[in-house]
Design a binder for this molecule. Structure first.
Ligand code: NAD
Length: 340
C-alpha cells in the first residue's frame, strides 16, 4: 500500500518574511491581554503643586501616545475649569464609567480615605507619597487592590532624580561603615501632612534603596510649636549592623537641602552634585511607570520588589512615630528611649 506523502510547501517570499512574522506573533502573544487601543480615563484629586503638574503632564502630547485621557479633576475648592479640564464632584468621579483611574494628589491626611473609596469603586489608583499614615492602613489598601485586581501605585519621584542616580552609582559595590543623611526644609503642617517620618518618607526610600533593609534603633523628636520648628533624629542600622542616622529638620527659613556623610571602607562621600538638567519631568517618568503597570508590562518580580520596598519604608516610618511618641510621653529623662 502506498503511503500518501504530505508535504508543506512554503513560498520563498514567505520564508524571507519569516523573521517579521515571528516578531509580530511574539509581540501579539505577549500583549494578548492588552488592547493597544485601550484608553484609561483619569481623574485628578487635589489641585496643589503635585496635582497641577499631573494635570499638565496628562494634557501634554506624549510619544508614544499615552493611553491616559484626562476626564476631570476633583477639588474641595470651586475652581470651575482649569485649562478646559472640568471640575467634577467626588461622587461623579467614583461612579462614572468614563473614569478608570484616580490620581490622589491631595494632602497626606486624606490619601487613605480617597484610595479606599476609589479602589472600592473599582478604579486603579496612583497616589502621591505617602500612600497612608500608618502601616496597618497601607497593608489593608494593598490587600484591597489585590482583591479587586487593580493597580495601586505610590509615586516615588525621589528615586527618579539625578541626585539619586549619582548616589546609586557612587554607593554600588562599596562597604558602608557609617552614614548620615540630614535634610533641612521649610515647615510642614502636621495637621495636613501627617507625622514627619511619613511626610518625609522620600529620605527613607533613598536610604533603603541605597543600603538595603534597615532596623530602627531609636528615634527622638524636638518640637518648638510656637516657632514651627521640628527636628527628628533617627538611628537606623543596616543588615550588617552599620549605623545610619537620618535627621529631618524643618523650620521657617531653612533651605531645602540634603547633607550627606557616608563613610565607606574605601573613603568618604560628603556631597551630591546639583542636577545638571534640573530634574525635569520626574512626575512624567513616574507616570510612565504607572502606565507600564496598567498595560501589564511590568514583571511580577519587579512589582513584588516595589511593594516590599514601599511597605518596608512605611513600616520604618510607623516604628519611628511610635519611638517619638513614646519618648515624648516619658519625657527626655524617662529613660525608655529606644526600648519600644
Ligand atoms: P499642596 O499643598 O500644594 O497641594 C495640596 C492640594 O490638595 C491643595 O490644593 C489642597 O486644596 C488639596 N486638598 C487638600 N485636601 C483635600 C481634600 N480632602 N480633597 C481634595 N483636595 C484636597 O501640596 P503638594 O506639594 O501638591 O502635595 C500633594 C501631595 O503630593 C502630598 O501627598 C505630597 O506628599 C505629594 N508630593 C508632592 C511633591 C511636590 O513636589 N510638591 C513631591 C512628592 C510628593
Amino acid at each position: 500500500m502506498l503511503k500518501k506523502s504530505t508535504s508543506i510547501s512554503i513560498h520563498p517570499r514567505t520564508v524571507s518574511l519569516l523573521p517579521c512574522i515571528m516578531i509580530f506573533w511574539f509581540c501579539s502573544f505577549h500583549s494578548a491581554s492588552v488592547d493597544p487601543e485601550r484608553m484609561f480615563g483619569v481623574v485628578v484629586v487635589g489641585v496643589g503643586r503635585a496635582g497641577s503638574v499631573r494635570i499638565r503632564d496628562l494634557q501634554s502630547p506624549q510619544l508614544p501616545p499615552s493611553p491616559l485621557k484626562l476626564i476631570g479633576f476633583v477639588s474641595r475648592r470651586e475652581l470651575g475649569n482649569i485649562n478646559e479640564v472640568k471640575q467634577i464632584s467626588l461622587q461623579d468621579a467614583l461612579s462614572s464609567t468614563e473614569v478608570d483611574v484616580a490620581y490622589i494628589c491631595s494632602e497626606n491626611v486624606s490619601h487613605e480615605e480617597y484610595v479606599r473609596q476609589f479602589l472600592s469603586a473599582g478604579k486603579h489608583v496612583l497616589v502621591e507619597y505617602p500612600m497612608t499614615l500608618s502601616l496597618a492602613s497601607a497593608q489593608e489598601l494593598w490587600k484591597m487592590a489585590e482583591e479587586k485586581g487593580k493597580i495601586l501605585h505610590e509615586e516615588h519621584i525621589e528615586l527618579l532624580t539625578e541626585e539619586f542616580a549619582f548616589l546609586k552609582n557612587e554607593v554600588a559595590g562599596k562597604k558602608l561603615l557609617k552614614g548620615t543623611l540630614h535634610f533641612t526644609g521649610g515647615p510642614l503642617e502636621k495637621e495636613r501632612f501627617g507625622f514627619l517620618a511619613f511626610s518625609s518618607i522620600a529620605r527613607l526610600s533613598w536610604l533603603v534603596s541605597l543600603f538595603g533593609e534597615l532596623a530602627v534603633i531609636s528615634a527622638t523628636m524636638e518640637e518648638q510649636e510656637e516657632n514651627k520648628y521640628l527636628k527628628m533624629t533617627v538611628n537606623l542600622e543596616t543588615v550588617n549592623k552599620r549605623p545610619l542616622t537620618w535627621i529631618e529638620e524643618r523650620g521657617p527659613g531653612l533651605k531645602r537641602e540634603r547633607h550627606i556623610n557616608f563613610l565607606f571602607e574605601s573613603g568618604l562621600l560628603e556631597s551630591i552634585p546639583p542636577p545638571t538638567q534640573g530634574n525635569k519631568n520626574i512626575f512624567l517618568k513616574d507616570q510612565d511607570i504607572f502606565v507600564k503597570k496598567l498595560l501589564g508590562q511590568m514583571s511580577t518580580e519587579d512589582l513584588a520588589k516595589e511593594k516590599k520596598h514601599i511597605l518596608h519604608c512605611v513600616r520604618i516610618a510607623d516604628e519611628i512615630q511610635k519611638y517619638c511618641q513614646h519618648s515624648k510621653k516619658d519625657g527626655p529623662l524617662g529613660g525608655t528611649e529606644g526600648t519600644v
